[in-house]
Design a protein around this ligand. Structure first.
Ligand code: ADP
Length: 362
């Protein structure tokens, strides 16, 4: 198990009456790609900036490689930051921009040049060394910013929405590139983003923040398939949030039903609902199978197609569930376009695996 490289211990940051970060406890391990994810204003950037030394917390301690750095200025911490606007020097060449870091750290000119050549080659920028930043594409500028941040060989790289300025298609490419650079350098990356897809694509571990606190943390798979709160279920990916009734059933334990239809759930937290009368569950649209005939499945709902939205690789289908005690209710399914014959108004069976239903605790 790799060691802890950075720790937040009971860290609180207030701006006047606003609590930006609220008693944060977080350990980051060496070589990890960790992402702080959450909506605007949840405290992600403040957390990153405190680790970089740009903000001072009112409470708690920040450790880097076991050393208390809470009160150290940025240039005395072994971390470097990549900003959204890249903060490149516009009048300087790519080479001089990248050389800025090593020179600062007191290397000789020859050492700095060798390090710059190595980084430009590593980031496929060797042909662009003499250009100025405004003579580069967005993706190339992003790589220059990364090369500059990596130049002094910091232990930890902090990235504040580093892909924010790129268009959607390029973002996708650069996400994969950035993850591969992190893997090849073995460096620890701490990234801030509000983009859940970006977080899922790149991270070893995602920290979901809400109101200055950690809402949930885990691997991308954990958070996607086992969200613990409505907030996380809703923030990461699309989902169906169903409020269910809980019935006691003697020795068989609690059973849940949605809209009068029993729902079979196989989840580790199923026992935790024993004392409740209602519980929220989440079911991802792509976990729902649509068939014309009644399927041989533990959970099957008879529905009617309300809307079909073609998305290229998939088809999003809005369904109205028939029967039940309450008024008709809606669920969303997402399927391979080739698998759905039905049109709007047609009846269709929606079935799902009990393992695909996650019980929310909050
Ligand atoms: P995020 O990065 O998740 O969007 P921030 O960390 O930037 O969130 O901000 C958290 C909260 O702190 C927000 O309510 C924001 O308005 C506030 N905040 C951040 N920086 C400052 C500042 N320099 N002065 C006053 N309030 C700030």
């Amino acid at each position: 198990m790799p060691g802890t490289i950075a720790s937040f211990q009971g860290v609180t940051k207030r701006y006047g009456p606003i609590v930006a970060v609220d008693h944060l406890n977080l350990d980051i391990r060496e070589g990890e790609f960790v992402t702080l994810l959450g909506p605007s204003g949840c405290g992600k950037s403040t957390t990153l900036r405190m680790l970089g030394g740009f903000e001072l917390p009112q409470e708690g301690r920040i450790l880097l490689a076991g050393k208390d750095v809470t009160h150290l200025p940025p240039n005395r911490r072994d971390v470097n930051m990549v900003f959204q606007d890249y903060a490149l020097f516009p009048h300087m060449s790519v080479r001089d921009n990248v050389a800025f870091g090593p020179q600062l750290k007191g290397r000789t000119k020859d050492e700095a040049r060798a390090r710059v050549d190595e980084l430009l080659a590593f980031l496929q920028l060797s042909d662009f060394g003499d250009r100025r930043p405004d003579q580069l594409s967005g993706g190339q500028r992003q790589r220059v910013a990364l090369a500059r941040a990596l130049a002094p060989d910091p232990k930890l790289l902090l990235l504040d929405e580093p892909l924010g300025a790129l268009d959607a298609k390029l973002r996708g490419q650069v996400q994969i590139e950035l993850k591969s650079i992190q893997e090849r350098t073995g460096k620890t990356f701490l990234l801030v983003t509000h983009d859940q897809e970006e977080a899922l694509t790149m991270s070893d571990r995602i920290i979901v923040m809400n109101g200055g606190r950690i809402e949930q943390e885990g691997t991308p798979e954990d958070l996607y398939h086992r969200p613990r709160s409505r907030f996380v279920a809703d923030f990461i990916g699309e989902t169906n949030l169903l409020t269910c009734d809980v019935q006691r059933d003697g020795a068989a334990g609690p059973r849940i039903s949605w809209n009068g239809t029993p729902i079979l759930v196989e989840a580790p937290q199923a026992d935790a609902i024993a004392d409740r009368s209602r519980v929220d569950v989440t079911l991802r649209p792509e976990s729902i199978r649509l068939t014309a005939e009644r399927p041989d499945a533990a959970n099957a709902l008879r529905t009617r197609i309300v809307r079909r939205t073609f998305k290229g690789a998939r088809l999003d289908v809005d369904l109205e569930v028939e029967g039940g005690q309450a008024a008709a209710s809606h669920i969303k399914a997402s399927t391979d376009p080739a698998l759905l014959q039905g049109n709007v108004g047609d009846a269709v069976w929606a079935s799902f695996d009990p393992k695909r239903v996650a019980i929310l605790q909050a």
